[in-house]
Ligand binder design. Structure first.
Ligand code: ACO
Length: 321
């Protein structure tokens, strides 16, 4: 075995072509660009075409991540797709993606941790690589939330968007991923959920996102602050040593409140929520890809990724780039 860490050696992103602006939403529900922007920082979101599936978004992001890493799909040892909006009940979107990529003979599974899914997936793939079992892993966050929204409910439909982000992890002598910290508390199921289920060939219950927005807001800020501090303390790293904070992109006010509590300047925070809205498991890898490609994230820097989502689930991954 050479090396007992994993490094991110390639990133990729995909956003569907169709853009839905707040102005467009004004024609659909009783809302306004001013209300949405003031409460959330969102101006627009991307919406998948009818014929696009989550695995298609994942495929486009994955191809870019693999090309950037210089790795052939056939050399992947593991495919993990974080999603709450799979193509089908089963098989997993990861299996569908694996076939589309031509990455045969490697394990593939979905990670369901809602908006924390990418952080959960990254932490899981990192463990497989650290243990020496695998060399190359693909971790994807891909979502089509537009299909689980009630487009008549202005309280939720303005918040989300579709997209995918992917990373290739590779075994290395040096970190890479320094540590990961995952949490869940199932006591908060009702705070944020899609309560509908498929049973007897019928959807029973409401198959749309429902949430208690203010409780979600407070809970998210609390746990994003706690888990970031946990990652810093575990590694004896000062907040001043964090070069980039990439939190889940739900709402700019949650992001600002988290940064303020942590004492990290907004100049060190990567924010894409204005253009992407909340893409759930895709939001962190989409933001990461943007900051890598535009040159903000550079070799040797510390990047802290942190997610929070339904479950509730939350977690952080500290990376040395
Ligand atoms: N446009 C106009 N008015 C609206 C809209 C809208 N899109 N949505 C709600 N309103 C109205 C409400 O009906 C209410 O009207 P009322 O006072 O006449 O009853 C008023 O605006 C205020 O509603 P609140 O829910 O109190 O508004 P709040 O300031 O709490 O903002 C928001 C709502 C933006 C959802 C906020 O609570 C929030 O950001 N919460 C975090 C939730 C979140 O980001 N969830 C994403 C998923 S969670 C995750 O990813 C971890």
């Amino acid at each position: 075995m050479s090396g007992s860490y994993s490094r991110i050696v390639g990133t990729g992103a995909y956003l569907p072509a169709k853009i839905l602006t707040n102005k467009d939403l004004e024609r659909m529900v009783d809302t306004s660009d001013e209300w949405i922007y003031a409460r959330t920082g969102i101006r627009q979101r991307h919406i998948a075409a009818d014929e696009e599936q989550t695995s298609d978004l994942a495929l486009a992001a994955s191809r870019t991540a693999l090309a950037t890493a210089g790795i052939d799909a056939a050399d992947l040892d593991l495919v993990v797709v974080a999603t709450t909006t799979p193509d089908m009940v089963f098989p997993s979107t990861a299996c569908i993606l694996q076939a589309k990529l031509g990455a045969r003979n490697c394990p593939a599974f979905d990670m369901q941790a809602v908006c924390s899914g990418f952080v959960y997936g990254l932490a899981t793939a990192d463990q497989f690589i650290r243990s020496g079992q695998y060399r190359n892993a693909l971790v994807v966050g891909a979502e089509i939330y537009s299909r689980i929204l009630d487009w008549n409910d202005r309280a939720t439909c303005v918040l989300f968007g579709d997209g995918a982000g992917a990373v290739v992890l590779q075994r290395s002598n040096k970190p890479g991923i320094i540590s990961s910290h995952l949490h869940a508390d199932g006591a908060h199921v009702d705070m944020l959920s899609v309560p509908g289920t498929v049973s007897g060939g019928k959807v029973s219950g409401r198959p749309f996102v429902q949430m208690d927005g203010q409780s979600v807001f407070k809970f998210a800020v609390k746990v994003l602050d706690e888990v970031a501090k946990e990652a810093l303390t575990a590694n004896h790293i000062e907040k001043s040593e964090i070069d980039w904070l990439i939190p889940h992109q739900a709402n700019i006010r949650i992001i600002q409140a988290t940064a303020r509590k942590l004492g990290i300047s907004m100049e060190k925070v990567v924010a894409t929520v204005d253009r992407h809205a909340n893409t759930s498991a895709a939001s962190i890898p989409l933001a990461l890809d943007e900051a890598v490609r535009d040159g903000r994230i550079r070799a040797g820097q510390h990047v802290l990724l942190e997610g929070v989502g339904g479950g509730f689930t939350w977690g952080a991954v500290l990376v040395r780039w």
